[in-house]
Ligand binder design. Structure first.
Ligand code: JHZ
Ligand code: ZN
Length: 423
């Protein structure tokens, strides 16, 4: 079901071979965080289906390039291929973000519109973002290993290759629409085990002048928000800019620009070019100054580990004491994050009566690792619980506005991140 990593996937520290372990001075990745054994966060299984089980969730830190990564890699075929339940959000927050991302991409591509631009999205999910680009006349193509989602995208007219990003799928793309001008990888880079292979495939899909946009959760934001619930098996790596620069240097690429966005609790969009393309001194200095600002990532991880323990203890105590006082507590949003939080707190149906979610594929399943049912979103106003834990806290402002009945009837929100609060 999984294998252990054998070194840093960004800079090679700790691997045997050319970069190797020096005699007498073993290079060791440092354990900085652990949640023990946990179920797979998106393992929502309909009645009679079989769950995939649990695997260790431990983070190792690379003292050379500051990348943090899980100690193991769960087989991607188990995580993604069959019936992957996460569908790109169509919320207003997400639509607004994708709009900003499109403006950023146009700016970096130095064009005014999408008419003559071809875009490959890696991890294109159900094709929602590519559909927006296509509406603006871009030529688009997607790659996604989740067959159910690739099928949906193809049915909706977004050409999607059901595969991971590999030499073969990159060649397929080039064969179908020629080398692309831009490649966008939204929240997929940190799901990839072999970055060298990934970057080599990027080279095949594009030209020397193509731009690669990587949108990834930014480790500094995640650690300062104390977002323990974003540590799960799909997230193999926790990216600092220093580590991103290391993987680029190792594979013949450079970071030309970094932009930050609040989506998913804080992420960075890296504009990456081949090292034969021009990066001005000013651009290079700007990227370097952001790397310098990161400071000591190891100590950031160590305080995150302490804070997470406290947060998990606080949420557990809060929910249990509310239940003892006779309150009904439910969850809102069966996000991957909800699975982590629920299991870290050891909640069962006796604590959280149910979790609502808008995704049909998640409804009438149970939260992985627990007996807590996932139900339709209408249950919030039908049952009118006293408290709802917002497990989709990254969309909280929008959710708060939307759920007026719950609020008006006296319902209170428990928001775990970025700071635990009751609203
Ligand atoms: P959401 C996923 O994480 C998985 P998750 C993945 N590993 C990843 O990297 C990140 O995304 C980026 C529901 N919902 O988007 C929909 C409501 O019910 O925070 C979703 O199931 N009502 C690929 O799963 C969940 O909540 C609502 O009003 O943590 C949110 O999941 C809204 C807005 C959402 O990502
Ligand atoms: Zn490293």
């Amino acid at each position: 079901m999984y294998h252990y990593i054998n070194g840093c996937r960004a800079c090679g520290y700790g691997t045997k071979g050319p970069i190797g372990i020096k005699a007498g001075a073993p290079e060791r990745l440092l354990p900085v965080f652990s949640l023990g054994w946990q179920p797979l966060a998106n393992d929502f299984v309909k009645e009679c289906g079989i769950h995939s089980g649990a695997a260790p969730l431990e983070v190792l830190y690379c003292p050379r390039c500051s990348l943090a990564q899980l100690s193991i890699v769960v087989d991607p075929a188990i995580l993604y291929s069959h019936n992957y339940t996460y569908v790109t959000s169509t919320s207003k927050t997400m639509r607004d973000h994708l709009g900003s991302l499109m403006s950023l991409m146009l700016d970096k591509l130095r064009v005014n519109d999408w008419t003559n631009v071809s875009v490959l999205e890696v991890g294109s999910n159900d094709g929602a973002f590519l559909a927006m680009l296509k509406e603006c006349w871009a030529t688009v193509i997607g790659i996604d290993p989740a067959e159910n989602l690739a099928d949906k995208a193809n049915t909706n007219g977004i050409k999607t290759i059901p595969s991971v990003m590999s030499r073969r799928s990159a060649e397929q793309v080039a064969g179908l629409i020629g080398p692309v001008d831009a490649i966008i990888a939204r929240h997929v880079f940190c799901h990839v085990d072999n970055w060298v292979e990934f970057m080599n495939s990027i080279r095949i899909a594009g030209t020397n002048d193509s731009l690669l946009f990587v949108e990834a959760p930014y480790a500094v934001s995640q650690l300062s928000a104390g977002s323990v619930d974003q540590v799960y098996h799909e997230h193999l790596s926790y990216l600092s800019l220093k580590a991103a620069a290391a993987i680029c240097a190792r594979t013949g690429f450079r970071i030309r620009a970094v932009n930050f966005f609040p989506i998913h609790g804080g992420c960075a969009v890296l504009t990456i070019v081949q090292d034969t393309a021009k990066v001005s001194d000013e651009e290079a200095a700007q990227v370097q100054s952001l790397i310098d600002l990161e400071g000591d990532m190891e100590s950031r991880w160590r305080s995150f580990a302490r804070d997470s323990k406290e947060l998990i203890g606080q949420i557990t105590a809060m929910v249990r004491s509310l239940r003892e006082q006779g309150n009904m507590v439910v969850g809102y949003g069966a996000s991957a994050k909800s699975t982590v939080m629920v299991n870290a707190c050891g909640f069962t149906r006796a604590d959280i009566s149910f979790i609502t979610d808008t995704t049909p594929a998640k409804q009438y399943t149970t939260s992985p690792g627990t007996d807590i049912p996932i139900v339709d979103p209408g249950a919030l106003t039908r049952e009118l619980p006293n408290y709802a834990v917002c497990f989709a806290w990254n969309f909280f402002d929008e959710i708060y506005e939307k759920e007026t009945v719950f609020r008006e009837k006296g319902g209170k929100w428990i928001v775990p991140c970025p700071k635990l609060r009751v609203v």
